[in-house]
Design a protein around this ligand. Structure first.
Ligand SMILES: NC(=O)c1ccc[n+]([C@@H]2O[C@H](COP(=O)([O-])OP(=O)(O)OC[C@H]3O[C@@H](n4cnc5c(N)ncnc54)[C@H](OP(=O)(O)O)[C@@H]3O)[C@@H](O)[C@H]2O)c1
Length: 341
C-alpha cells in the first residue's frame, strides 16, 4: 500500500453491522490547528458503535462513515497547538465524539486525547475510558451508593456490569444483578455479585421480576439502580424503587421504551434520570478529569475496572469482529487491532 494511504472500516449506509461494514483505502488525513493525528493501535467494539452503524444512535452518521468513539494510539502529528505538541509521540487514549477510531489514522481535537500509563497494555488502554469512567461516575459520583446498600443493575453481564460488580466488592456496596441468560448468572456469581436474577424479556413476567427484587432488598424497596436495557426489564426495576430512590437510565439495549405509571414515582418520590458520560464530564473541570484518569488507571491496574478481552481482529476482518461482538456466547470485549508500522 502507498505511504499516504490507510485502511479504514466504514459503512455507506446504516444497517446490520456485519453486512454494511467494509475495509477500504483512504488518504491519511492531516490535522488542522488544535487537532492531532493519531496512529491507532486498537479500538473496541462497543454497543454505541453498533447502534451508530444501525442508525439507532443519538448521533446520526453522515455516510460514508467510520465508526469508533474510543481507542488507543500514538500521536504522530500535531496541528500546532501547545497541547498537541506536548503529546507528540505519546501513546494516548482517543475519545472521539463523532466516530472515526476504526481507522489506521484518525484526526481529533487535541482536547480529546489523554496520555495513558505505560503500565497498561494496548487492550486495556483501548478500553480505558468509556466503561470504567461510567462505572465509577454513576456509582460513586452521581448515586454515591452508600456502603452496605443494594445497587440493582440490568445487563449486568456486560463489560460495564462486571466492572460494577468488582467495584461494589472494592468499595462496599452490594450488587443485585439482572441478566437475561443463566450462563451470565453463573459467571457473575463467580465474579462476586451479591445476588443475580435471570429475567428474559421475551418469556418472563415483568411483575415477577419486580416482586423478586423486592423480596431480596426488602419491602422498603430498591434505593439505587442503573438500567442499560429499558423496555420491560428497566420498567420492572422502576416499579421496585422505594422512597426517595434514584435510577439512572444509561442505555437502550432492548430498543424499547420504559413504561410505567407516573404514580409509581409520585407515591414514593423516586426519580429516574438519564445519564450520559459526555454530558456529565462537560460540567467538570480539568482537576476533576485528571483525578478521574489517575483513579481509573489505578483501578484498571488492580483488576477492578479492567475489561476482559475476547479477541482482536484486523480491519479487513471487521464483519467477523462485529458478529463476535454481538454474539452472546463470546465473552469479553472484541477489539479491532491496527498494524504496527
Ligand atoms: N450512557 C453512557 O454514558 C454509557 C457509557 C458506557 C456504556 N453505556 C451503555 O452501557 C451498556 C453496556 O455497555 P458494554 O460496553 O459493557 O456492553 P457489552 O460488554 O458489549 O455487553 C452488552 C450486554 O448487553 C446485554 N444485552 C444486549 N441486549 C439485551 C437485552 N435486550 N436485554 C438484556 N441484556 C441485553 C448482553 O447480554 P448477553 O450477554 O446475554 O448477550 C451483554 O451482556 C450499553 O448499553 C452501553 O451503551 C452507556
Amino acid at each position: 500500500m502507498a505511504n499516504n494511504l490507510m485502511d479504514v472500516v466504514q459503512f455507506d449506509q446504516p444497517g446490520i453491522p456485519a453486512d454494511v461494514l467494509s475495509c477500504v483505502s483512504q488518504p491519511i488525513p492531516h490535522p488542522g490547528h488544535g487537532e492531532v493525528r493519531v496512529r491507532m493501535l486498537a479500538a473496541p467494539i462497543n454497543p454505541s458503535d453498533l447502534m451508530f452503524i444501525r442508525g439507532r444512535y443519538t448521533l446520526q452518521a453522515v455516510c460514508p462513515a467510520i465508526p469508533g468513539f474510543e481507542g488507543v494510539g500514538i500521536v504522530e502529528q500535531s496541528g500546532g497547538d501547545l497541547r498537541g505538541r506536548l503529546f507528540q509521540g505519546r501513546r494516548v487514549v482517543v475519545l472521539s465524539r463523532t466516530g472515526g477510531t476504526w481507522a489506521e489514522h484518525t484526526v481529533v481535537p487535541s482536547s480529546q486525547v489523554i496520555p495513558v500509563s505505560r503500565h497498561l497494555s494496548d487492550e486495556q488502554a483501548a478500553t480505558f475510558f468509556v466503561n470504567p469512567a461510567t462505572a465509577w461516575v454513576m456509582t460513586q459520583e452521581v448515586l454515591q451508593v452508600p456502603e452496605g446498600q443494594w445497587l440493582v443493575q440490568t445487563a449486568a453481564g456486560s463489560a460495564l456490569g462486571r466492572m460494577i460488580v468488582r467495584l461494589g466488592q472494592r468499595v462496599g456496596f452490594r450488587t443485585l444483578c439482572v441478566v437475561r441468560r443463566e450462563e451470565s448468572a453463573e459467571q457473575l456469581k463467580a465474579l462476586g455479585a451479591d445476588c443475580v436474577v435471570v429475567f428474559n424479556e421475551t418469556t418472563d413476567d415483568p411483575e415477577k421480576l419486580t416482586q423478586t427484587l423486592l423480596q431480596i432488598v426488602g419491602e422498603s424497596g430498591v434505593g439505587y439502580a442503573v438500567d442499560a436495557v429499558g423496555g420491560s426489564t428497566g420498567s420492572a426495576v422502576i416499579r421496585s424503587l422505594g422512597r426517595g430512590a434514584r435510577m439512572l437510565a444509561f442505555g437502550t439495549l432492548s430498543g424499547k421504551p420504559l413504561q410505567f405509571s407516573p404514580r409509581t414515582l409520585m407515591t414514593v418520590g423516586s426519580t429516574v434520570e438519564g445519564f450520559w458520560l459526555g454530558n456529565f464530564l462537560a460540567g467538570k473541570g480539568l482537576l476533576f478529569r485528571l483525578g478521574l484518569v489517575r483513579r481509573l488507571t489505578s483501578l484498571i491496574q488492580s483488576g477492578v475496572l479492567n475489561s476482559e478481552i475476547a479477541g482482536m481482529w484486523q480491519p479487513h476482518q471487521a464483519a467477523t469482529a462485529v458478529r463476535a461482538a454481538e454474539d452472546s456466547s463470546v465473552n469479553g470485549k472484541c477489539l479491532l487491532r491496527f498494524k504496527e508500522q
